[in-house]
Design a protein around this ligand. Structure first.
Ligand code: GLA
Length: 494
């Protein structure tokens, strides 16, 4: 029976459904970057009633599924694995988007675009598998500086010159930190001939390389085997040899090659071939260029990295400036010790020392652990303004010598109990570096026996590398109280 009440209810429902906009579609947010580049993030959404599914194509480069999508009235909220969370609100034919990333909040407007716009270009044929000959570089782990951890994609020409001046002026260059690496954010696009060009923040890359070289340093650059970098800038997809030649013509000495949007055009099974392509391109570009792979450890890169001409390869995801991230990555590296050696190194990511998120004790542990790992020592702080104690830490020659030891063996864990770990690293002079780490949140006793660290008899010489003093070896081993998250690092001679 039709009653007044049911008519009212029906009308009410009609009004409600008229208001409940359908979010389905492809939506694009444009972000204008300093340097004149505009990056695009897409939301590809399907709404069925109160169920929302889809993905975010962050910076047009990386597909990430929606996490915890919720419809709230006419709005929707969702997050994604990089840590961003979003609230979208339909307004006419646009979406008003509130974005939160950590403590940063921004707002943007997304416009509706044809679905095909969010699709990647078609894949391309990869060159057949062939071993790339070793380039003879990086006999010891590369040392230098990279823009990413401190500047993100905001880096510009003046910053790079300032960093080069600071490395040369502070003594860090003399201590071995010679690569000045520009990470993501330098790329402009391509000229009519398809040559990659820098954006407006880098008016003349060749002149910048000359400047860096004039300071006795070397220049590093960054690209991707995919069409776009993780930050949404131009990648080397379809221009591999051309870009290698361009980098060589500018005077580039180091290339970090980051998978990013390559995942949209290749399958994981193509990783080795895609990296081999740039390895070959660098081998024939006419300039020695250190080749740094960044694919976060996928498909056991350490087992094939040397074959594609790599000098180093990332073994994990991105480091963050906190104890948890650093220690999870760093203490997980022992199993990879067999794969490191002169010319080809495991890379647990760039250093965070001096960036402010850890205590001085934790940074000393970070630095010491990286040295025990024969890890590349790529500084990530603003060396123009660093505190004197940061400079002193990064300049400890005796600790650096462990990292740079010519034998080129990576350290490994030999004992672990109650949050105390003992690591050793064999050295060219027949001695051993020994580090005792305390991963606990409180002070604890650390100790080791000579036998545990590879000595049948008492060592002839023991040196504390942070206290910078010799210890008298006695008894069966050594013991010391170690602060929370701290370490004790020694050099033992036969
Ligand atoms: C990835 C890499 C980082 C950095 C950024 C740049 O996340 O792992 O080291 O290069 O891309 O966008």
């Amino acid at each position: 029976m039709i009653t007044l009440k049911s008519i009212a209810l029906g009308l009410g429902l009609m009004v409600l459904s008229a208001h409940a906009a359908d979010l389905s579609g492809t939506w694009r947010i444009d972000t204008a970057k300093r340097g004149g580049v505009v990056t695009h993030t897409y939301f590809v959404l399907q709404q069925k009633g109160r169920v929302l599914t889809g993905k975010v194509v962050i910076n047009g480069a990386v597909d990430l599924p929606l996490r915890n999508p919720k419809i709230e009235g006419s709005d929707a909220t969702f997050s994604m694995d990089w840590g961003n969370s979003y609230r979208v609100h339909p307004e006419g034919n646009t979406l008003k988007v509130a974005i939160r990333w950590g403590t940063t909040k921004t707002e943007a407007t997304a416009i509706r675009v044809p679905q095909a716009e969010a699709n990647p270009p078609p894949s391309q044929m990869l060159p057949a598998m062939a071993v790339v000959r070793a380039n003879g570089l990086a006999a010891t782990p590369p040392m230098g500086w990279s823009s990413w951890n401190h500047f993100g994609d905001g880096i510009d020409d003046a910053d790079v010159r300032g960093i080069a001046d600071a490395l040369a002026g502070s003594g860090l260059a003399k201590a071995g930190y010679v690569y000045v690496n520009i990470d993501d954010g330098w790329e402009g696009g391509r000229d009519a001939a398809g040559n990659i060009v820098p954006n407006a923040k880098f008016p003349n890359m060749k002149a910048l390389a000359d400047y860096v070289h004039s300071r006795g340093l070397k220049l590093g650059l960054y690209s991707s085997p995919g069409p776009l970098t993780c930050g949404g800038y131009e990648g080397s997809f379809g221009h591999e040899d051309q870009d290698a030649r361009t980098f060589a013509s500018w005077g580039v000495d180091y290339l970090k090659y980051d998978w990013c949007s390559a995942a949209r055009v290749y399958s994981d099974a193509d990783l080795e071939q895609a990296y081999q392509w740039m390895g070959q391109a660098l081998a024939r570009c006419g300039r020695p260029i250190v080749y740094s792979l960044c694919e976060y450890g996928m498909r056991d890169v350490w087992t094939w990295g040397p074959r594609v001409g790599a000098n180093l390869w990332r073994t994990a995801g991105d480091i963050q400036d906190n104890w948890r991230s650093m220690s999870e990555i760093g203490f997980d590296q022992s199993r990879l010790a067999p794969y490191a050696g002169p010319g080809h190194w495991n890379d647990p990511d760039m250093l965070e020392v001096g960036n402010g998120g850890m205590t001085a004790t934790e940074y000393r542990t970070h630095f010491s652990l990286w040295c025990m790992l024969a890890a590349p020592l790529i500084l990530g702080n603003d060396v123009r303004t660093m505190a004197p104690d940061t400079l002193a830490m990064l300049s400890n020659r005796e600790v650096i010598a462990i990292d740079q030891d010519p034998l080129g063996r990576q350290g490994r864990r030999v004992a672990s109990s109650g949050g105390i770990e003992v690591w050793t690293k064999p050295l060219a002079d027949g001695g051993e570096a020994v580090a005792v780490f305390n991963r606990n949140d409180r002070e604890a006793a650390g100790s080791f026996t000579w036998a545990q660290v590879g000595f049948a008899a008492r060592p002839g010489h023991v040196r504390d590398l942070w206290a910078k003093r010799d210890l008298a070896p006695a008894g069966e081993g050594l013991a010391q109280r170690i602060p929370a998250h701290g370490m004790w690092m020694l050099r033992l001679g036969r």
